[in-house]
Design a protein around this ligand. Structure first.
Ligand code: NAG
Ligand code: NAG
Ligand code: NAG
Ligand code: NAG
Ligand code: NAG
Ligand code: NAG
Ligand code: NAG
Ligand code: NAG
Ligand code: NAG
Ligand code: NAG
Ligand code: CA
Length: 397
């Protein structure tokens, strides 16, 4: 049997059971809406009738369905004549001085990973620096700033790892403004919240890198064509990009709006030098492995010579791709010798690129595959499954 299972268990495992077990625990992606009024299209109670105001300050006499609020909070409406554009159907929440909204949702019974996608909108058009927005959940505290450098849409879509919960726990999601300004010009607004849940992502065949094709990440929003910005995530375990740490800032891109080399999603290393992704995998020290990956450009007019560094085990090598920004891809590989125990696999950009319009862009990484080099026994790759199986068994029972 290729799997390692705990010998202390007095339950004896047969192949069909194991297959069923793997089927049950792998990638249970659910689509239930966890949040009420996540797009703020249900207006606050007590709105003045026939109001044509683009913003209504909320006081004790208002409630927003699904949400609790505190501090300076305004319900805003898109208005073309005033050049206020918002995603979706045009309503959002503007968060001012000490402004905060929160909602408690109930987690599923199974332990799942919760990823949030949301749109961050700058409150005023005459603001050079919108105040940061804070997203808080029991296991997360993250700050997001509107950067203006990663696209043309008047909003930015961000993705964040919220936490891992089960047992129908109550999870309180809070969205706070870091603004200390009493005028709304630089207040941040939030819209189009969406939560995705995910079970444990299993290795694909004999690929020793989990989620090597970057298919497991936050959900894309209908209201944006510019992908999802993912801020740095120091460890692969608390990252919106499942099983990958994020260095610098990357853009999570979908095949609907970008050129994606494989499957539906990939990552574009957008924050220039030292923007990258990193995975960790248990390998057999001294053995030889081959790392292969696809390097490309997203078809977003990123004309540049990309220099990408690959580091695996004790080996580092640089790879270049000439991009004319029209969607291209090439496969690369390198063979390396594993160091002891857990080896990191890093793909890092050594170039900072911008489109003609000044938007930051960069190389696309996809289809990362790590395999034992020829000549090694086939049983070796399963060893890296041990930690994964342990986790799934713990989760399952
Ligand atoms: C709600 O309260 C605020 C301040 O107390 C007041 O200015 C506003 O008119 C009230 N709105 C409604 C609809 O009663
Ligand atoms: C909209 O509000 C303005 C005042 O700000 C008012 O003059 C105008 O009549 C209003 N229009 C409608 C359709 O209510
Ligand atoms: C509308 O706002 C955008 C920034 O979001 C700005 O670039 C544009 O010039 C504004 N248009 C008008 C007519 O004010
Ligand atoms: C918001 O948080 C408070 C505690 O800070 C809690 O009492 C309240 O129920 C929360 N609101 C919602 C809608 O969950
Ligand atoms: C934006 O700022 C400019 C000059 O700084 C000013 O002329 C313009 O009226 C401002 N626009 C708004 C909507 O405040
Ligand atoms: C507001 O916060 C900024 C930094 O975010 C700080 O530089 C500024 O001094 C603060 N202003 C006040 C009035 O506290
Ligand atoms: C890759 O290129 C960077 C930037 O030029 C350089 O600092 C690094 O040493 C190179 N690495 C290798 C392995 O050649
Ligand atoms: C960009 O490269 C592709 C092939 O890699 C080619 O078909 C296309 O003509 C090139 N475009 C320009 C503007 O050079
Ligand atoms: C790049 O985008 C253009 C439209 O902007 C599309 O016509 C073309 O097929 C795309 N190329 C690739 C390789 O996806
Ligand atoms: C690795 O790349 C070389 C060219 O650099 C190619 O000849 C070889 O077939 C590739 N090997 C694999 C396993 O993809
Ligand atoms: Ca992919």
């Amino acid at each position: 049997m290729a799997f390692w299972l705990p010998s202390s268990s007095n339950h004896s495992w047969r192949l069909p059971e194991i297959l069923l077990f793997l089927l049950l625990v792998s990638t249970g992606v659910t689509s239930r809406e966890f949040l009420k009024n996540a797009d703020f299209e249900s207006p606050p109670s007590n709105l003045p009738e026939n109001s044509n105001k683009t913003s209504v300050a909320l006081y004790k006499n208002n409630t927003i369905p699904g949400w609790t609020f505190q501090g300076a909070v305004e319900y805003i409406t898109a208005d073309q004549t005033k050049n206020i554009s918002l995603p979706d159907k045009g309503h959002a929440i503007l968060l001012g001085e000490d402004g905060k909204i929160n909602q408690t949702f109930t987690a599923d019974a199974d332990i799942l990973t919760y990823l949030l996608t949301f749109a961050l909108v700058p409150g005023g058009h005459n603001c050079s620096l919108t105040a940061p927005l804070q997203i808080s959940a029991p296991d997360t505290d993250a700050l997001f700033s509107f950067s203006q450098h990663y696209g043309k849409e008047p909003w930015e879509v961000h993705g964040v790892y919220l936490g891992s919960w089960g047992d129908r726990e109550f999870v309180n999601l809070e969205i706070l403004s870091q603004s200390n300004d009493s005028t709304p010009t630089c207040w941040p607004a939030v819209d189009s919240l969406h939560i995705k849940t995910m079970g444990i992502v299993m290795p694909d065949g004999d690929n020793l890198v989990v989620n090597g094709g970057f298919e497991y990440g936050p959900d894309f929003l209908e209201s944006s064509e510019e992908g999802i910005l993912l801020d740095s995530a120091p460890t692969p375990f608390f990252s919106p990009l499942i099983q990958w740490a994020i260095l610098g800032k990357v853009r999570y891109i979908n095949s609907k709006h970008f050129f994606v080399p494989q499957g539906n999603a990939a990552v574009e290393l957008v924050s220039g030098v030292s923007s990258g992704v990193q995975a960790a995998t248990k390998l057999q020290a001294g053995s030889s492995y081959t790392l292969s990956f696809t390097l490309g450009d997203a078809n977003d007019s990123c004309k540049a010579t990309f220099l990408v560094g690959a580091q695996a085990g004790l080996t580092s090598r640089n790879f270049t791709l000439e991009s004319n920004g029209t969607g291209s891809a090439a496969k690369f590989n390198m063979t390396f010798t594993a160091g002891p125990d857990v080896n990191t696999i890093t793909l890092l950009s050594y170039t900072t690129s911008q489109t003609k319009d000044g938007d930051f862009c960069g190389p696309v990484i996809d289809d990362v595959i790590l395999r034992v080099s020829h000549g090694l026994r086939v049983s070796v790759p399963w060893k890296s499954l041990i930690p994964v199986c342990l986790i799934t068994i713990v989760c399952f029972f």
